[in-house]
Write a protein that binds this ligand. Structure first.
Ligand SMILES: [Zn+2]
Length: 434
């Protein structure tokens, strides 16, 4: 019917441009949180529009502003954007078209599949920095192994550049950062731990191997007293940093736990480190090395843990499979939390909380994962009388997005709390944890 009306009007007015009612559908309502909005943000970024809030998956004012900018540049209008209610399907299509036309991969300094001296240079530098390429070494081909090392470097240095994430290549910023990174000191100096000198009788965890970084405050913001520490936050690295302690240099957490159960002490406990959004100030962050599914359940019959692939994040275009936390990692984390519990007590405080990063971040739903939570957090909460804040405990992240409470799948006591659903009541919710 509409087509016939348009045809009639066209004939009547001789094909002159005319105003037509919008025939587009609202695809993403403002305030939407999820993968679709995240994809929209990544596309905007790829086209060179700033997404000030980051690609956090929330359709808020910043993202709407960037969409508006894109539409203006393309000479397009979208009345849903104009009325500030959301983004239409037509705009999303226009965005896809623009990306196709931009032929962006050509602009990248190094693309997946490239070979030659520049790739060798990148690979040699990665290896020198401790980001090993165990299978292929500096073979001059930019493949999956090199991309994984680049991702690990980005993670360790807090660099956001999605080219490696979507398996496309290495962007200018990342390449520059890698080539200009200074090499770690070849002589490993014994490091001093001012905190521990205060507690000479306190035993260290048995497999504590190395400590780095205590002199720099690069990934932190000031100090606190030991007695002001109230909790521990568990994380998964969502990549593999590996066994080489050099790779952990600069990682924003206090302790890293390698796949083989090594305990890497990166920052002293009294340093405030940016590891867990609003939990930073009052907590210690532990990163468990590996990429795990958010849901991973135990099959009684086979005796195996089975990941739910729909809760597993992988870089686009990659077919990497989820890992599972190792037994030695489970034991190492438990040992570390017991140790922290004692250190805080010696410092005149009391450890009360054992938290998941998902509780303070709207984009880290699977962090640290069901299996780590079941095997580490549940027994430790009982043993040390700690709490995760309960079935409705979460805070807002820095974009105002709600974190996710610990769900029933992770803790059977949290009846009716779904892993996937965002919590409903966010009014009056705080942005800062214990
Ligand atoms: Zn985390």
């Amino acid at each position: 019917m509409l087509k016939q009306v348009i045809e009639f009007l066209r004939r009547a007015f001789g094909g002159a441009p005319m105003f037509l009612p919008s025939s587009s559908n609202l695809e993403l309502p403002k305030g939407d949180v999820g993968e679709k909005t995240k994809a929209l943000q990544q596309k905007l970024k790829r086209l060179g529009y700033s997404v000030s809030g980051g690609t956090d998956g929330l359709l808020g004012d910043y993202t709407m502003g960037s969409v508006q900018e894109f539409l203006e540049d393309q000479d397009l209008t979208d009345d849903m954007v104009e009325r500030d209610v959301g983004v239409s399907d037509r705009t999303l299509k226009a965005l896809d078209q623009a990306i196709k036309e931009a032929r962006l991969p050509e602009d990248l300094p190094l693309k997946v599949g490239d070979d030659g001296d520049r790739v060798v240079e990148l690979q040699q530098k990665l290896i020198a920095l401790g980001f090993d390429l165990p299978r292929f070494g500096a073979d001059g081909e930019l493949g999956e192994e090199t991309i994984q090392a680049v991702l690990a470097f980005q993670f360790a240095n807090g660099i956001k550049d999605e080219n490696a994430e979507i398996d496309r290549g290495v962007g200018d910023d990342t390449l520059e950062a890698i080539l200009e990174a200074s090499l770690p000191d070849p002589v490993e100096k014994p490091l001093a731990f001012p905190r521990l000198e205060r507690f000479p009788g306190l035993p260290l965890p048995s497999n504590l191997v190395i400590v780095k970084d205590d002199h720099e405050l690069k990934k932190g913001s000031g100090h606190r007293k030991l007695k002001d520490i109230k909790g521990v936050v568990l994380h998964q690295t969502a990549t593999v940093l590996g066994e080489n302690p050099k790779r952990w240099h600069g990682v924003a957490c206090h302790i890293g736990i390698t796949r083989e159960g090594k305990i890497i002490w990166i920052n002293d406990f009294d340093k405030i480190v940016w590891h867990g959004d609003g939990f930073n100030r009052g907590t210690i962050g532990i990163e468990i090395d590996g990429h795990f599914a958010g849901l991973e359940s135990f099959n009684e019959e086979t005796g195996k843990w089975v990941p739910d692939l729909s809760t597993y994040w992988r870089p686009k275009g990659s077919n990497r499979q989820p890992l599972s936390i190792t037994d030695v990692q489970v034991e190492a984390v438990k040992q570390v939390v017991r140790w922290i519990h004692r250190v805080i007590k010696e410092g005149g405080g009391k450890l009360e909380f054992l938290l998941a990063h998902r509780q303070s971040s709207g984009s880290r739903r699977s962090d640290p994962g069901q299996k780590p939570w079941r095997l580490i957090a549940l027994p430790l909460m009982e043993e040390l009388n700690l709490t995760d804040g309960g079935p409705d405990y979460f805070i807002l992240d820095r974009h105002g997005k709600p974190g996710y409470p610990v769900s029933e799948e992770w803790d059977p006591r949290h009846k009716g709390v779904s892993y996937r659903k965002l919590p409903r009541q966010i009014k009056g919710r705080k942005k800062r944890g214990p």
